[in-house]
Design a protein around this ligand. Structure first.
Ligand SMILES: Nc1ncnc2c1ncn2[C@@H]1O[C@H](COP(=O)(O)OP(=O)(O)OP(=O)(O)O)[C@@H](O)[C@H]1O
Ligand SMILES: [Mg+2]
Length: 327
């Protein structure tokens, strides 16, 4: 049975204006996130992961804009909505968690005030007492100890791990359809990171939400992803289930990423640097943008952008060498 799609992104093109010139950063990206599914986005620093999430949330910096494409949440087109309509959607249907929880928490207000106000904005009929009871229950669910005392505290009085839990509790209380997490655990120590990941997995099941998750850590991807997309220089170069990507990577770039080095001490997998670097957005590379770094490149890679080819059901790669293509 086909799963209900929560997020459908089609042919997304996002550009930045630098010195009065427009430079595309996302070059026509498409992907979906289904209910009860975690889609992980991987790729080197600068490949466009954050720009992708910021485009979906419509929180791009002032010099960035979505040029074309479509972004649908539960079937509703988001592009072209007014800022106040988008604000409503961000507060209700899209939950966001970031690396630094302080970007979402107001340092001047107690946790209790922020949580109950949020709940009452969401559900107008809720009394103060009811909102407080709900806030306590959410803090309990995310494993915050002594929640009554936490409600009276200010964000700076909590540790980083606790702040992250509070942010997740606040987000859960909104019961979003889609959860967007951009490197949410990078700043946390390993034990707390594990707990947060378990929490997100539980959240996905209990709320039947979709999760769009960005991380540098392939160990985390292996643990939480249902499907994975690999970005390179603003294009999707591979997509598949977590097994397809880990066990049978098709694109030379994905294979490079997969040659990850386990860091036993930290219990993580670090992406081993692939020789060379990503092209600068102001100096795009012709053909396949990975070709200058690709050991397997053939003549055609320099001039023709490879299309995405389905190599097995649900598994796609954009490389001239896959799917029986030849030079
Ligand atoms: N405000 C901006 N103006 C111009 N270019 C920008 C701006 N913000 C980001 N970029 C460029 O867009 C590209 C994609 O950046 P993005 O932040 O999405 O990378 P990322 O994949 O999230 O990297 P990281 O893993 O380091 O977070 C980069 O080349 C970056 O320099
Ligand atoms: Mg980023």
């Amino acid at each position: 049975m086909p799963q209900t799609k929560v997020l459908q992104v089609n042919n997304l093109v996002t550009a930045f204006r630098i010195n009065k010139q427009e430079y595309p950063v996302l070059n026509g990206i498409s992907f979906d996130v289904a209910q009860n599914e975690t889609l992980c986005v991987v790729g080197e620093s600068g490949c466009g992961k954050s720009v992708m999430t910021l485009s979906v949330m419509q929180l791009l910096p002032a010099n960035g804009s979505v040029k074309s494409g479509s972004i649908k949440l539960d079937g509703q087109e988001l592009l072209g909505l007014r800022e106040n309509e988008m604000g409503q959607i961000r507060g209700n249907k899209m939950g966001m968690i970031f690396q630094e929880p302080m970007t979402c928490l107001n340092p001047l207000l107690t946790i209790g005030y922020q949580m109950t106000e949020g709940l009452r904005r969401h559900d107008k009929g809720l009394s103060k007492k009811e909102a407080e009871a709900a806030a306590l229950s959410y803090l309990n669910q995310v494993g915050v100890s002594n929640p009554e005392a936490r409600l009276r505290q200010y964000p700076f009085q909590l540790s980083g791990g606790l702040r992250q839990r509070v942010m997740i509790a606040m987000m859960m209380s909104m019961r979003p359809r889609l959860l967007i997490a951009d490197e949410p655990t990078t700043a946390l120590d390993v034990t707390i990171q594990k707990q947060v990941l378990l929490l997100l997995a539980k959240l996905k099941r209990t709320m039947n939400a979709g999760i769009l998750f960005i991380t540098h850590d392939l160990g985390v991807v292996a643990e939480i992803a249902d499907r994975v997309i690999v970005l390179y220089a603003g294009r999707k170069v591979e997509e598949g289930t977590v097994r397809q990507i880990f066990e049978n990577p098709q694109h030379p770039y994905t294979r490079g990423l997969m040659a990850a080095v386990p860091n036993i001490a930290e219990d993580t997998f670090e992406i081993r640097p692939i020789p060379g670097s990503l092209p600068n957005i102001m100096e795009p590379v012709g053909g396949c943008s990975f070709h200058p770094r690709c050991k397997e490149a053939i003549a055609r890679c320099k001039s023709v952008i490879p299309p995405l080819i389905e190599t097995s059901p649900g598994h796609m790669a954009a490389c001239h060498l896959v799917g029986g293509q030849t030079a």
